[in-house]
Design a protein around this ligand. Structure first.
Ligand code: T5A
Length: 229
């Protein structure tokens, strides 16, 4: 059995990074990781993100998120995200899955459909094709969509300081992105699980934990222990 690929998605400031780290810790502290390792199903948990999960990707991330005097054209932006993904899939995700890693990834293909498709207005069919070229068919096993209203999300990121190039886009852009995630979750109800991210951090994680536990049991069977909460 190869590893599993879990993705965290949502609008700016939705709490993906926070919940991804909580999930990693819970998988270790609950006993799940030991259970999976002792059965030979999983070797390790790895954490990664898009853009920026590889050396090339870190350079691309800087190009994409730093503000530049010359505006980045929408199609150029799309191609840079696709290049980041192609490198990430081939150079990081597939090798780790082959080594039986449980991968927790901050953003993946749904972000491109939501941001460059719904947000920028680029053709979704073109984006699907590019996603296919970049991923060669690699889909997440589970995507956790942290559903949060745009205003709250942006307020959270602004508390942290200077907004990056994408965060600086106008409010309507971010609203369209949010609508994009909503539409994607409706289209792919089995792959994408909706999480109410307006709650306090611990309550958000409670929801995630229930979904993760269900999926782990579905994938690997019932553990012969009671995972600690
Ligand atoms: N992008 C990406 C595209 O346009 N197309 C693509 O194909 C891809 C892959 C990536 C940017 O690239 C775009 C999307 C993004 O604009 P990024 O830095 O990875 O840039 O941006 P984000 O993923 O949005 O990262 P953020 O750090 O801004 O948001 P997170 O990770 O969702 O949120 P997090 O956990 O850092 O939390 C933000 C703040 O809120 C607090 C945290 O403490 C933190 O201060 N917080 C909460 N506060 C109250 N209640 C809660 N429940 C909270 N949870 C977290």
């Amino acid at each position: 059995m190869v590893g599993r690929f879990i993705v965290f998605e949502g609008v700016e400031g939705g709490g993906k990074t926070t919940q991804l780290e909580r999930s990693r810790q819970w998988l270790i502290e609950s006993g799940w990781l030991t259970f999976l390792q002792s059965n030979g199903w999983v070797q390790q948990i790895v954490v990664t993100r898009e853009p920026g999960g590889t050396d090339l990707g870190r350079g691309l991330r800087q190009l994409l998120l730093d503000s530049t005097p010359e505006p980045i054209q929408d199609r150029a932006e799309l191609l840079l995200y696709a290049a980041d993904r192609a490198q990430h899939v081939e150079g990081f995700l597939r090798p780790h899955l082959a080594e039986k890693s449980l991968i927790l990834c901050d953003r993946y293909t749904d972000s491109t459909l939501a941001y460059q498709g719904y947000g920028r207005g680029l053709d979704p069919i073109l984006i699907e094709q590019l996603n296919q070229i970049a991923t060669q068919g690699l889909q997440s096993d589970l995507t956790l969509w942290l559903d949060l209203d745009v205003k709250t999300g942006l307020a959270r990121t602004r508390q942290r300081g200077k907004a990056d190039r994408i965060e600086q886009a106008d409010f309507d852009f971010h609203k369209r992105v949010q609508q994009g995630f909503m539409a994607l979750a409706q289209t792919h109800p089995h792959r994408i699980a909706k999480i109410n991210a307006t709650q306090p951090e611990a309550a958000v994680f409670q929801e995630i934990q229930v979904i993760l536990s269900d999926r782990l049991i579905q994938w690997y069977g019932n553990p012969h222990f009671s995972p600690a909460t």
